[in-house]
Design a protein around this ligand. Structure first.
Ligand code: NAD
Ligand code: DAU
Length: 367
């Protein structure tokens, strides 16, 4: 049995991961530690609230006393470290929190882990620290460049990417210097249920439903590799169970898409849904599809993100061959599921679109 600590478990991927783990490893205990920043939402953990062995702790990864107590009291032997500031645009406007949580916070966590797991007689017989990172550490690609491998040199271009790169290096050093049993995964763009509507896909869906402009940066030609969140959770599981200690694994969806194609696909899915379900027009009166217009009439090209990386692509052959991992969801079905989930869970996204959310949207998208 595993005693798991999930940092950042109330965020998008963390909440999906906790639900995944509780479903697949019902006997394990799961402690979620989350500071509940604007991106953390305890409502995303409701499906596991009554799961035996689960508990939620509201706290910061930088609180060494609290984290020490958690590790000791719960005899934690496995940590999956999601907690981070994760939005590139916010890192451009306010990098402070990114350095504090992603860099210093990861260091604080590692120091506690080093003390409890490597420095005490009653340490667990075996342990694992899994660090969840991003493909953004590798920088940007030109059209004909080969996809990122685990050997691609780091070249982060945003404060977010730089803070994640720094954390990757610190984690690596704790393995090589102190012998901490670590693994790291660098994943591409996730999408799916519980994603905060500041990120491309949920932002576009929520804006479309509420009749707001769909802000496409630059000319919309930037390319990302997209992975459905359930596949990411399975990938992390595989790395924890079968990955080699000290190794890094890239996780991707084999699914490169440019932004404008994604936004158009969302618009056309919404048009279809409204066409098949007349009740939607009564609920979302502001959506162009409610009055028979095409949702893509909302597409608005806006000023580009500073330092906007042009293309990300993942070479996932290492995790495919070593750990026999392959994504199961194709983009079209994953996007359809994501739209369906947002339509079925309007209270969830309405609740997060509070005053601070509106302030952020006003600041970010002012012309
Ligand atoms: P998110 O912003 O939705 O969630 C982050 C969570 O961390 C929130 O619940 C927040 O409250 C919590 N948190 C922030 N600072 C904290 C602190 N100091 N102490 C404790 N908790 C804190 O992020 P996400 O999209 O779920 O990303 C999770 C992780 O996966 C991040 O490390 C991110 O870099 C990485 N990642 C994300 C993607 C993606 O596409 N979203 C892709 C690859 C990697
Ligand atoms: O690649 C993995 C990374 O993917 C993760 O590490 C990050 O945590 C996650 O936020 C994501 O970063 P991106 O910057 O790629 O995601 P975002 O959803 O912010 O943007 C995706 C693309 O869409 C990007 O090219 C910028 C563009 N975009 C985004 C927003 C929010 C727009 O055109 N308009 C928008 O309003």
């Amino acid at each position: 049995m595993t005693s798991l600590l999930v940092t950042g478990g109330a965020g998008f991927i963390g909440a999906n991961f906790v639900q995944y783990w509780a479903t697949n490893y019902a006997d394990d205990s799961i402690v979620v530690l989350d500071a509940l920043t604007y991106a953390g939402n305890q409502a995303s953990l409701e499906p596991v609230a009554s799961h035996e062995g689960y508990r939620f702790v509201h706290g910061d990864i930088r609180d060494r006393e609290l984290v020490t107590k958690l590790l000791v009291d719960d005899k934690v032997d496995t940590i999956v470290h999601f907690a981070a500031e994760s939005h590139v645009d916010r890192s451009i406007l306010e990098p402070d929190a990114f350095i504090r949580t992603n860099v210093t916070g990861t260091y604080d966590l590692l120091e506690v882990v080093r003390d409890v797991w490597l420095g005490r007689d009653d340490a667990p017989a075996s342990h694992r620290f899994h660090h969840v990172s991003t493909d953004e550490v590798y920088g940007t690609l030109d059209p004909d460049d080969a996809a990122f491998t685990e050997e691609t040199p780091y070249a982060p271009n945003s404060p977010y990417a730089a803070s994640k790169a720094a954390s990757d290096h610190i984690v690596r050093s704790y393995h090589h210097t102190y012998g901490l049993q670590v693994t790291t995964s660098n994943c591409s763009n996730n999408y799916g249920r519980y994603q905060f509507p500041e990120k491309l896909i949920p932002l576009m869906i929520v804006n479309a439903l509420t009749g707001k402009p769909l802000p496409v940066y630059g000319d919309g030609s930037n390319i990302r590799d997209w992975l459905y969140v359930d596949d990411h959770c399975r990938g992390i599981d595989q790395v924890i169970r079968k990955g080699r200690i000290g190794e890094t694994y890239n996780i991707g969806g084999n699914c490169e898409r440019d932004n404008i194609s994604i936004v158009k696909e969302i618009c056309s899915l919404i048009d279809q849904r409204f066409g098949n379900d007349s009740e939607l027009s009564a609920v979302y009166k502001e959506c162009p599809a409610a009055s028979g217009k095409s949702t893509d009439s909302l597409i608005t090209f806006v000023k580009d993100r500073p330092g906007h990386d042009w293309r990300y692509a993942i070479d996932a052959s290492k995790i495919e061959s070593e750990l026999e991992f392959a994504p199961q969801e194709i983009f079209e079905s994953g996007l359809t599921k994501t739209l369906a989930w947002l339509l079925e869970n309007e209270p969830w996204w309405r609740a997060v679109m509070d005053g601070s959310y509106r302030d952020w949207i006003d600041t970010q998208y002012q012309s």
